[in-house]
Structure formats: C-alpha cells, structure tokens
Write a protein that binds this ligand. Structure first.
Ligand code: SAH
Length: 248
C-alpha cells in the first residue's frame, strides 16, 4: 500500500533572530518529520524541531558548494512521497529572492499537497531593526526591492536601474555587497544625488548585527575599507536619516 503523501510547508524563518519566525511557522517546525533548512536559518531555531526529525541542510554559501536546486527539490519530493510532513525552512520570506516558487512548482508537479507560511523578510526587517522606516509621510511614498545580483538565479530578470532610480523613493537592495560600487555608481549616473544617505545593515537581528552609514558617493569605499560582508541589506534614500541624526 502506498502511503498518502505528506504536506510540504514552505515556511519563512524570518531574518535571523529565532523570535522572528511566525507562530504558525514555529508550530509547523515543531511538528514536522523532516526539516530542510537554508544557510541563513538560525541553528537555535532548528532546536525546536522534534528530536527525531530529520534535519537536512540545503545551504549554499555564495559561490560555495552545496546541493543543487534540482537535488533540493528531489529530496523534498522524496520525503513527502514517503508520507512525511516536510518543513522547508527558508530565511526571511520564502518568496522574496528565495527560489521558493521553484521548489513549490516541483512539489505541485509531483502532486504533493503544499502551503506557504509567510515570513518576515530581511528587506523590511533589516531597515526596521536599524531604526530606518522604509516609507515616511515626509520622505518616501514608495520602496523598491531589488537584487544586486542579477542572474544569480535564473528567475531574476535584468534590473532596470534607470526605472529604479527614477522612482524617487526608497531603494532596498538584497545580495548587493559584491556589486555595491557598480550599483551606487549606476544610481548616481541615473540621477540620484551623490549626497543621498545609504545604510548597509549586516546580519540584521543576529548578535553580530552591524549598521554602516554613508552616502551614495562614499558608501562603497567605506564598505570595502571596513570589510562589509554578506548577508547585508542596502537601503538608499532620505528615510535613512529620518530617525537618526548621525547619518549623512
Ligand atoms: N528570502 C530572504 C532573502 C534571500 S536572498 C528574505 O526574505 O530575507 C539573501 C539575501 O537576503 C542576502 O544576500 C541579504 O541581502 C539578505 N539577508 C537575509 N538575511 C539577512 C540579515 N539577517 N541581515 C541582512 N541581510 C539579510
């Protein structure tokens, strides 16, 4: 007799602090038979899985080794087919630059039931943790989320930087450390002011969170000098200075 397939729950783990997973996500994590987790999921969070739950790392350090996306998809499908409930735990929100959609497409194609538990995305949580409002009555009515790493995954179409710059509001860049110099130069070339404030927030909500402030003109140099590393969120716009008087 073939077992009924288990459900695959695609769960957002939040930006890092184990307190920032949702209540629903936490309950699924506590009851899952299999937990497949990413690199940016706190080890502390994994401690709340059942003692006998299978824990599988799907982590890929940037440029490093790890399972391929196809291997991850196959593992998830295999465990669910065997009747196990799978908690696919992804950093932040699973559908924000996370390839969650590709995994769900594979699961759905295999006829396996699935659902999504939204997560607190670093795109919003990192600025918030640093005291930076993404929107503000006086400063910004829009916020644009953009990848600094076009083409890292096949799902990302090229970024229209002219349109991003012209939008005028807050710009939030994920995966943007390696390309910070070219991105900031591009935004200035497209008309953003060199004096526009920028914040880089590394390891937001983790114990080693660090916030670096500057302007479009100088942040790339500063970041290189002090050794800014991934994961980091870059925020561009006057909101950076809205609640801080130490900004540019
Ligand atoms: N799905 C995730 C994003 C995955 S892409 C989310 O919603 O947050 C990975 C990028 O997310 C990193 O390169 C970095 O830009 C950002 N990121 C994730 N966690 C972060 C954290 N705790 N602090 C700063 N940036 C983070």
């Amino acid at each position: 007799m073939t077992a009924q397939p288990g459900t695959v729950h695609l769960v957002g783990a939040g930006p890092g602090d184990p307190g920032l997973i949702t209540v629903r996500g936490q309950r699924i994590l506590e009851s899952a038979d299999v937990v497949v987790y990413d690199r940016l999921v706190s080890p502390e969070l994994l401690e709340s899985a059942k003692p006998d739950a299978k824990r599988l790392s799907a982590g890929k350090a940037p440029g490093g080794r790890g399972p391929t996306q196809a291997q991850i998809n196959a593992q998830i499908v295999e465990h669910a087919r065997a009747g196990r409930s799978v908690c696919r735990l992804k950093g932040g929100d699973p559908f924000v630059f996370g390839r969650g959609a590709e995994e769900i497409a594979a699961v759905a194609a295999a006829g396996i039931p699935w659902d999504v538990v939204p997560g607190v995305t670093s795109a919003v949580a990192a600025p918030a943790a640093a005291g930076i409002p993404l929107t503000h009555r006086d400063w910004a009515s829009t916020a644009t989320l953009v990848t600094g790493h076009e083409g890292e995954d096949t799902s990302s179409a090229p970024v229209d930087w002219a349109a991003v710059a012209a939008g005028g509001g807050t710009i939030v860049i994920l995966m943007g450390v390696a390309t910070l110099a070219t991105t900031t130069a591009r935004l200035m070339a497209e008309g953003r002011r060199p004096t526009e404030p920028v914040a880089v927030i590394e390891w937001a909500t983790w114990p080693d969170e660090r916030v670096t402030l500057g302007t479009l003109a100088d942040i790339a140099d500063t970041a290189r000098r002090i050794g800014v590393r991934n994961p980091a969120v870059v925020v561009v716009g006057p909101v950076v200075g809205a609640l801080r008087d130490d900004s540019a």
